[in-house]
Design a protein around this ligand. Structure first.
Ligand SMILES: Cc1cc2nc3c(=O)[nH]c(=O)nc-3n(C[C@H](O)[C@H](O)[C@H](O)COP(=O)(O)OP(=O)(O)OC[C@H]3O[C@@H](n4cnc5c(N)ncnc54)[C@H](O)[C@@H]3O)c2cc1C
Length: 419
């Protein structure tokens, strides 16, 4: 309890899960402390647009402090969590220790290379703003270098872009690079034809977008091919190096720009909590999202493995993270009010969306399947609606409208020196 006799709720992570938990406690008689290593909330679903010069980083990020400005019971600290002392009921940051009565761990996930961390420098993943600007630098930089090279195999490799992983992020990246090359920068060079760039999407499984129905994934593949993306399915990548990738141990694709969109692993939460985890590092939590044997510690969002009554894991998507945050806040409110506990957490799946490019997308809402322009409009409005901050919503809407009319991309800056 704090000096006013109120329970201290510490939330680690200002992503979708942590912020919705904080918002759900706005009127509760508790002291909320939110800790994040960054000072901003990042809208990851639009990161690929930063990586392909469609949006600027500030358009998809909002300061956490500003989001919680009006929530008087919440304090924000920009600190990095390095451990959790369950005995002492304290979280340990790089700078100090903080006491908690309730702890909500919502530290998300990062990309994973299935035991091949040495591939990361050659095939950066997309999780942070810094990743997106690095990929943007490599993609735009490849066109710049190709322009000044004599016609050669080096130029071919510079104009070959590989995306590994056929989930929604991979499909979105491949489609966006194809559109960049074929429209936005098509007429800007004198010695190369950007439209001749080769864009390859490689997926180890039998089809792209495995979380969608077979019909939707076939439609997505056709829409990508219309944009000029080569879709390779059933082709596991066996090596990545500075010269490109190897598929199935034999087939070589020379490329100077490879993007990794194939796997994620949870944050270090299981290690900090000394808790059981699955292969992806997600903490195994109970049906009420608490740590087994520790009812005041909750793990939510991408860093938790939550299994439904039917035995199906809740997917690592933003709506699931938000719903978990709301659920946990309600549990704490009910406990403080002495109410009966809630029924187990149930994920409500409102639908699945993935965009491929201009007027190209797939959307599924139960049995309703949409493709092409209608799906693309639904995708665009859903993303604008869920983006945090009025200014960001208006900015993104205007940028997209401008890009739709002119085919321009507003953020074609090459910044940084690369990793
Ligand atoms: C490229 C990409 C595209 C995606 N597209 C979609 C999409 O189209 N639709 C969809 O529904 N979902 C999408 N997702 C998934 C969605 O973004 C995640 O499911 C969601 O962000 C999970 O929310 P979270 O709160 O669990 O984690 P996050 O949103 O990742 O938030 C975790 C927070 O914890 C903080 N943190 C981590 N470690 C520490 C530490 N040690 N100390 C302090 N703070 C820490 C981080 O800084 C971050 O703010 C996408 C994800 C990516 C990467």
């Amino acid at each position: 309890m704090n000096s006013a006799g109120q329970p201290r709720v510490v939330i680690v992570g200002g992503g979708f899960a942590g912020l919705s938990a904080a918002a759900g406690l706005a009127r509760a008689p508790v002291e909320v402390t939110l800790i994040d290593r960054r000072n901003y909330h990042l809208f990851q679903p639009l990161l690929y647009q930063v990586a392909t010069a469609g949006l600027a980083p500030s358009q998809i990020a909002s300061p956490i402090r500003a989001i919680l400005r009006r929530q008087s019971n919440a304090t924000v600290f920009m600190e990095k969590l390095v451990g959790i002392d369950r005995e002492a009921r304290e979280v340990v940051t790089q700078d100090r220790r903080l006491k908690f009565d309730y702890l909500i761990v919502a530290t998300g996930a990062r990309h994973a290379y299935f035991g091949h961390d040495e591939w990361e420098p050659f095939a950066p993943g997309l999780k942070k703003i810094e990743d997106a600007t690095l990929i943007r630098q490599r993609v735009l930089g490849a066109f710049e270098k190709a322009e000044s090279l004599p016609c050669s195999s080096d130029r071919r490799s510079l104009l070959t872009f590989v995306v590994i992983g056929g989930g929604p992020t991979g499909a979105e990246m491949a489609g966006a690079i194809a559109e960049l090359a074929r429209t936005a920068i098509a007429r800007d060079f004198r010695n190369i034809d950007p439209a001749s760039a080769r864009i390859v999407l490689v997926e180890a499984g039998p089809r792209i977008l495995p979380s969608f129905s077979e019909a939707a994934s076939a439609s997505a593949e056709r829409q990508l091919e219309r944009l000029g993306v080569e879709v390779m399915t059933g082709r596991p990548v066996t090596d990545c190096d500075a010269g490109g990738i190897t598929i199935g141990g034999v087939e070589r694709v020379a490329s100077a720009s490879v993007v990794w969109a194939a796997g994620v692993a949870a944050s270090q939460a299981a290690k900090w909590l000394n808790a059981d985890k699955d292969k992806a590092g997600r903490v195994l939590v109970g049906p009420d999202l608490t740590l087994p044997g520790d009812p005041n510690i909750f793990v939510i969002g991408d860093t938790a493995l939550v299994v439904s009554e039917e035995g199906v894991p809740v997917p690592g998507v933003a709506p699931a993270a938000k719903q978990m945050g709301h659920y946990v806040a309600r549990t704490i409110r009910l406990r403080l009010a002495g109410g009966a506990p809630q029924a187990r957490f149930r994920y409500r799946d409102y639908g699945n969306l993935a965009t491929i490019g201009r007027r190209a997308a797939v959307a599924e809402f139960g049995r309703l399947r949409l493709t092409g322009l209608v799906a693309w409009l639904v995708w665009s409005f859903a993303h604008i609606y869920f983006l945090i901050g009025f200014r960001n919503r208006i900015g993104v809407l205007l940028d997209w409208a401008w890009a739709y009319v002119t085919f321009e991309r507003g953020s074609r800056l090459i910044t940084g020196t690369g990793r």
